[in-house]
Design a protein around this ligand. Structure first.
Ligand SMILES: Nc1ncnc2c1ncn2[C@@H]1O[C@H](COP(=O)(O)OP(=O)(O)OP(=O)(O)O)[C@@H](O)[C@H]1O
Ligand SMILES: [Mg+2]
Length: 267
């Protein structure tokens, strides 16, 4: 069986990364794939987009200090702190994900530090786990990234099939989208897609498109209208998949377009 697609979702804060990640998780599951939805944002909110109440939301793995020191074999002596650079993590997804049926939700916590080359035990542990899920797992993996550019370690990026950048009508959001796309391209990610979100005027799509840097080779995947229902879903913590039919339709088209772009012979 070929390995499932590995997709990272990035962009400026608040543009709709978590919304896209949750809706796509459902849509890939409907297509018959097993899906791992990974919350890699230090400010973890992906569980809420699935409508999971706070008390049932998984605790981010980065907070599990005992587990991390057990796996990394952290010891301290007079010269400093020592730990393994290759902790065993392959058994952890099944132990710690929240089982939502075909979709499994794994909450990692702050990748930002790890991605920025942090050499602490937590950083090494998280990087190992993210690398394992991206390089070894058979599921479709959707990674909800931290806002901004410094969001992923270089090693795990190697296994990413596509970086999807979400952008809303706004110069700063477009700027971040360009930076994320540029980074993705420099790191060798072959497919870069863009989704316009919170659109209230057709003309906004043109402004966004013309603001995207051509040399980053980002492909336009579609636009989602501004939706009071989605906003309300966040307010009431109800599943985003049930909030707005039109948005789900547009995200279905965007997903299908992305899948066409990713070479099928990549294994
Ligand atoms: N198309 C839309 N119309 C209206 N509101 C939207 C739309 N898409 C997302 N939102 C709302 O915008 C807010 C931010 O969305 P979301 O949490 O998905 O973004 P994010 O990029 O993950 O944010 P963060 O950077 O904080 O993680 C939420 O309240 C969400 O409900
Ligand atoms: Mg988010």
């Amino acid at each position: 069986m070929p390995k499932g697609l590995k997709i990272a979702i990035g962009g400026k804060g608040g543009v709709g990364k978590t919304t896209v990640c949750a809706v796509w998780s459902h849509l890939f599951a409907e297509d018959g794939f097993n899906v791992m939805a990974i919350d890699a944002d230090p400010n973890a909110t992906l569980a809420s987009a699935f409508g999971i109440p706070p008390q049932d939301s998984p605790r981010p793995l980065i907070e599990m200090k005992e587990l991390i020191s057990e796996r990394t074999g952290t010891t301290k002596d007079s010269l400093g702190l020592y730990f393994k650079m290759n902790p065993k993590v392959s058994d952890l997804p099944e132990q710690f994900w929240l089982d939502l049926g075909r979709v499994k939700l794994l909450v990692l916590g702050a990748i930002t530090q790890a991605g920025a080359g942090c050499a602490c035990a937590e950083g090494v542990f998280l990087k190992a786990l993210l690398m394992h899920t991206i390089l070894q797992r058979q599921e479709v993996v959707l990674v909800d990234l931290a806002a901004g550019v410094e969001c992923m370690g270089r090693a795990s990026v190697q296994g990413i099939d596509a970086m999807v950048v979400v952008v809303e009508p706004g110069a700063r959001s477009i700027e971040t989208a360009n930076s994320v796309a540029k980074m993705a391209k420099e790191l060798g990610i072959k497919t870069i897609g863009v989704i316009g979100n919170k659109i209230t005027e057709q003309s906004q799509i043109d402004v966004i498109k013309s603001g995207l840097a051509r040399q980053d080779a980002a492909v336009w995947l579609g636009a989602l209208p501004y939706s009071k229902a989605l906003q309300q879903a966040d307010l009431m913590r109800t599943p985003v998949i049930d909030a707005d039919k039109k948005n789900v339709e547009e995200l279905t088209k965007a997903k299908n377009k992305l899948m066409e772009l990713i070479p099928t012979n990549r294994d």
